[in-house]
Design a protein around this ligand. Structure first.
Ligand SMILES: [Mn+2]
Length: 424
């Protein structure tokens, strides 16, 4: 289904008076409104190809209907999201769930919707039907060289797919690890992983990056070979400048201070980017901002301050991607909510008075420092985000327009009720 410009214009027209009043109220108190709006217009978040279908639980999967049946339909769904919010201009592919059979056709289709391809993701955490050797006991850290070789070759194949699509990064997440003490020699597992990654790194084109993701547990429950940011940082440092650490918000033990991790990785030039989601207990992969929006704001505060300190472009300096998957929401509605939550947190961070905050820190004025942060966090910035979207040609209220146009019903009519998208 393609969204017509008339739909958006009519929707915006109906909401203009109310929006204008709210925007002027919040803009009135700000010094740098135009600069904030320009940054918001430039800021875009990649949509992963696996988030467009309803995700599964360990116990079952409940399709919502009208799910994309092919890569082409996934691109069409991202195109729809981008037309509504003008902030989702790229798609991140997972290989082999979404193999681009004909790269030039796929690229042309994406560009028809104003999209390009973000990082490509390899998969050595499950066996594919035609696969010779199993990853049951690991992939890049496997004790058998032949299994490692198979996993290395898969990653190199993923790079080749990415090159055809003009991607610029390979994202590597491994489930390698052990379920029980004694199962693995930890040092040996790390060294084998490093050796395998070196061979993949050698196959990266000159302008590419390797993003090394970490995760403390699940599916392995005793040790994960790249278990935390220190282990990822160690690998990416040993590998070289093209390797960086990828932070997935759900991949931390409870209570971890993610904003501090982010601040230090950024300081070292080793922050690859983000996989956004939210969680209460573990790697829950819930909608961004649904559980702990204050943490998201604090992370963005470190990002904005740290990127400005290094003279980095907020929009392009690191990778921004959603990595969520759940089973009860309409996937497109969920992604619209996620992008909105990210943009709200980013806007709030842009409003932090960094000069005053530094002065308060210098004077050890703890109370004032908290006031400054929370003043920004408690500002209702939604009219600013909406105004940026309006200027960029999007809908003032993407979610309500999606519902008003009965997009999902149309997709079900087109694709059927029992469709299931590839993915977990
Ligand atoms: Mn992730």
């Amino acid at each position: 289904m393609k969204l017509e410009k008339d739909h958006i214009d009519e929707h915006n027209h109906q909401l203009t008076a109310d929006h204008k009043r709210k925007f002027e109220f919040v803009a009135d108190g700000l010094k740098n409104v135009d600069a904030v709006l320009q940054k918001l217009i430039a800021f875009s978040i990649a949509i992963p190809s696996w988030a467009l279908g309803t995700g599964g639980t360990r116990f079952g999967r409940f399709s919502g209907g009208g799910e994309p049946r092919s890569l082409e339909e996934k691109i069409s769904d991202v195109g729809l999201i981008h037309a509504l919010n003008r902030s989702s201009n790229s798609i991140s592919l997972h290989i082999p769930w979404d193999i681009p059979e004909n790269a030039s056709t796929i690229k042309a289709l994406a560009s028809h919707y104003g999209l390009h391809f973000d990082a490509v993701n390899s998969n050595t955490f499950q066996d594919q039907p035609d696969q010779e050797l199993s990853y049951k006991y690991g992939s890049l850290n496997h004790v058998d060289k032949a299994v490692r070789q198979q996993a290395i070759e898969h990653n190199i194949q993923v790079i080749k797919y990415g090159v055809e699509l003009d991607s610029k990064a390979l994202s590597v997440w491994l489930s390698d690890g052990s379920n029980f003490p004694g199962q693995l020699n930890m040092r040996g597992a790390f060294e084998r992983t490093y050796d395998s990654l070196q061979q993949i790194y050698a196959a990266l084109p000159g302008d590419w990056k390797m993003w090394v993701e970490y995760k403390p547990y699940e599916p392995n429950f005793y040790s994960t070979t790249i278990g935390d940011w220190g282990q990822s940082y160690l690998l990416s440092s040993k590998l070289g400048n093209k390797a960086q650490t990828l932070v997935d918000l759900g991949h931390h033990l409870q209570g971890a201070n993610i904003e501090q991790i982010v601040a230090l990785l950024l300081m070292e030039g080793k922050l690859a980017g983000f996989h956004f989601n939210d969680s209460k207990y573990g790697d829950d992969d819930l909608t961004v901002g649904s559980i702990n929006p204050y943490q998201l704001f604090l992370i963005f505060n470190e990002l904005v301050e740290g990127m400005d300190a290094r003279g980095m472009n907020h929009a392009t300096g690191i990778g921004w991607m959603i990595d969520a998957s759940h089973n009860i929401k309409d996937p497109i509605e969920d992604l619209l909510q996620s992008v909105e939550a990210i943009k709200i947190a980013y806007t709030q961070a842009l409003l932090v008075d960094q000069v005053a905050l530094k002065q308060a820190q210098q004077k050890n004025d703890v109370v004032q420092a908290q006031e400054i942060l929370q003043h920004a966090y408690r500002t209702d910035v939604r009219p600013l985000v909406a105004q940026a979207r309006l200027l960029a040609g999007g809908a003032l209220q993407p979610l309500s327009l999606f519902r008003k146009l009965a997009v999902r019903d149309n997709l079900i009519k087109e694709r059927g009720l029992k469709t299931i998208a590839t993915g977990l």
